[in-house]
Design a protein around this ligand. Structure first.
Ligand code: HEC
Ligand code: HEC
Ligand code: HEC
Ligand code: HEC
Length: 491
């Protein structure tokens, strides 16, 4: 206020609030001017929006090492039935820490990481990717088992995965666009590397809902032409067989290295097709492959050598990674204990009609006391405990042979749902005895409810080569024999 007089002091009115309009108008005018100027600038210089060429900021390294795994098929830890305990992420980590590698080293996975698309197999895949993330993997390719996941599941997986998933020919069925990144570009020690992924699906496996797999040549052809001028090393991760890899190499000479999976046998040495170097490996994650590529000062790749390293008992397991595996087993076991196999994605087949269901070994004890005592002493009656001790009591892959009637309405459906169906019980070999028990209790004609004989071959449903390499009927039956064989009585 410029001056005061006594009258004003008496009235003492606050001045009216200033109108906001002048300010709003000024801001609006400024915005119009700024956006106008931006448009003019972009119009005058459209190159501003285009990608800058990717250039090497310094001299290329002398060599680069690409380490690769593949075909893990859910074996994030070794099987555990027999003494041969190879593979697994803990051992992989142990080996990676041990070996000498140049500063320019990249780790990649060629795909077929999952065993399938059931819920628990997707949990396994999540943990596998977590493990690869800890090892700083640069990319993981989608393989034939990953494309059995639905588009929605794959998209979600790609979001949560600490390792970038790549595939140029796994497409959204609705839009035809790639579901995950088609490739990953990265600069390592001044070398410009592009990691591209493709998969040749297995015709025996059904593709996941909402995705299609595009033609390999079409999906990569255009991209390779665009990428070549800006990349020193183009690496294709290919879930394809040997023949297919060779054909890709001939058709697309822009590719420097193809690292493959989906084969029976690992390659012994680097195969060269034109200027492309091809290596591949298999074997449920029991190997770490490596290809070393010499690089000229101008960034052009030269000769290469490869090696396959076995993840056998000599390789120490990394304790931090064992903890991750423990977490994974804990999560599965928790689901098994609370909601059962259904919450792990294992479908249950219905109980048979007519009441001839699994009744459990306890029911047999009254009438077959000796057979029951023999069984109780045998390893079969302790098969569940073996899984608990190994903390594998949530893994459906292990549970199936260590319980009675896995995944059937009247058999094992989860610890919380059917706790009495654990262990290998009488009916695991003799088949369902509900009808037999009822008939014998009612003292019906012995022909009614007679149990079928146990074929010797049936032992091998569980005692297969992988889980019981020493199995022979004669020696094994000797350890558990009962019934007439045992003491000439019918029990
Ligand atoms: C109420 C008594 C009773 C119960 C309970 C019972 N069984 Fe039997 N079981 C018999 C009798 C009796 C025979 C005939 C024995 C004979 O022929 O000497 C028999 C025979 C068998 C045989 C030989 C094949 C046959 O049918 O003659 C098998 C195998 C068998 N039982 C398995 C089982 C199993 C497994 C259980 C438990 C799920 C079971 N039994 C429960 C009474 C019983
Ligand atoms: C449902 C699956 C299953 C079937 C069928 C089966 N087994 Fe087994 N068997 C097992 C499992 C699991 C173990 C290991 C239990 C443990 O140690 O935890 C085992 C262990 C054994 C052992 C103990 C081995 C040892 O060295 O202590 C013998 C013996 C044996 N089985 C014999 C047989 C014979 C003989 C048959 C066929 C008549 C048979 N089994 C059928 C699952 C099965
Ligand atoms: C195909 C059926 C089958 C599957 C699947 C299976 N097992 Fe077994 N397991 C067996 C049989 C059979 C034996 C008995 C082997 C023997 O003694 O010859 C056994 C034995 C064992 C033993 C006792 C071996 C010992 O040395 O004490 C353990 C522990 C075990 N299995 C854990 C597992 C785990 C963990 C898994 C999952 C990764 C698994 N099993 C999956 C059939 C199976
Ligand atoms: C690992 C597989 C296995 C398990 C577990 C098992 N049996 Fe047997 N059992 C056999 C085989 C094999 C025979 C001999 C071949 C046959 O008679 O079918 C047999 C024979 C018998 C017989 C005599 C059959 C006859 O024709 O006289 C009886 C009774 C019997 N078992 C009852 C039981 C009972 C009760 C249990 C559980 C407490 C049990 N068995 C557990 C495999 C098994």
């Amino acid at each position: 206020m410029a001056f005061r007089n006594w009258q004003q002091e008496l009235i003492d009115e606050r001045p009216p609030r200033p109108s906001p309009w002048p300010f709003i108008i000024r801001v609006a005018v400024a915005l119009v001017i700024i956006s106008g100027a931006t448009c003019c600038a972009l119009w005058a210089w459209p190159g501003y929006l285009l990608a800058k060429p990717w250039s090497r900021p310094g001299p290329a390294p002398e060599s680069i090492a690409l380490m690769f795994t593949g075909d893990c098929r859910g074996y994030i830890e070794p099987c555990g039935c027999t003494e041969q305990r190879w593979g697994g992420v803990a051992r992989l980590s142990g080996l990676v820490r041990q070996i000498n590698k140049p500063a320019a080293t990249l780790m990649v996975d060629t795909g077929d990481m999952a065993a399938g698309n059931l819920l628990w197999q997707r949990i396994t895949l999540e943990y596998y990717l977590k493990a690869l993330g800890r090892l700083n993997y640069a990319a993981a390719n989608l393989g034939t088992s990953e494309v059995t996941l639905s588009a929605a599941d794959l998209r979600q997986l790609a979001e949560s995965s600490p390792v970038p998933l790549v595939s140029a020919n796994v497409l959204d069925a609705a839009t035809g666009e790639p579901l995950v990144a088609p490739y990953r570009k990265l600069m390592i020690e001044n070398l410009r590397v592009t990691l591209l992924g493709v998969v040749d699906p297995d015709p025996r496996k059904q593709l996941g809902e909402g995705l299609v797999v595009g033609d390999i040549d079409e999906s990569i052809g255009q991209r390779l032409t665009e990428l070549r001028p800006h990349t020193d090393l183009i690496v294709l991760l290919a879930a394809c067989d040997e023949e297919r890899m060779r054909r890709i190499a001939i058709k697309h000479p822009e590719i420097d290295v193809i690292i493959g999976g989906r084969v029976r046998q690992a390659s012994r040495q680097v195969e060269t097709v034109g200027s492309c170097r091809i290596v591949y490996q298999a074997n449920t994650g029991q190997m770490l492959g490596r290809i070393d590529i010499r690089i000229r000062p101008d960034g052009i790749p030269e000769g290469a050598s490869s090696a396959m390293m076995l993840l056998d008992n000599d390789v120490p397991e990394d304790s931090a990674m064992l903890e991750l595996v423990e977490q994974y087993n804990g999560r599965l076991a928790m689901l098994n204990r609370t909601e059962g196999l259904a919450s792990l994605g294992v479908e249950t087949t219905p109980s048979p009609a007519g009441g001839n269901t699994y009744v459990g070994s306890r029911q047999c004890k009254v009438c077959h006391e000796t057979a029951h005592a023999t069984w109780q002493e045998s390893q079969h009656a302790k098969a569940w405990q073996s899984l608990v001790e190994r903390r594998r009591d949530g893994n459906p892959d292990c549970i199936s042979c260590h319980v009675l009637g896995f995944g059937t309405g009247d058999g094992f459906r989860g610890i919380g749902v059917a706790p009495e169906k654990v262990n290998v019980q009488c009916e695991s070999c003799h088949t369902r005895a509900g009808g037999h028990v009822r008939a014998r209790r009612a003292e019906l004609d012995p022909k009614i409810g007679k149990m079928p004989p146990v074929p010797q071959k049936s032992c091998e449903n569980c005692h297969d080569y992988n889980h019981s390499p020493e199995f022979s009927y004669q020696t094994y039956w000797e350890k558990m024999k009962h019934g007439q064989d045992k003491d000439n009585k019918s029990d």
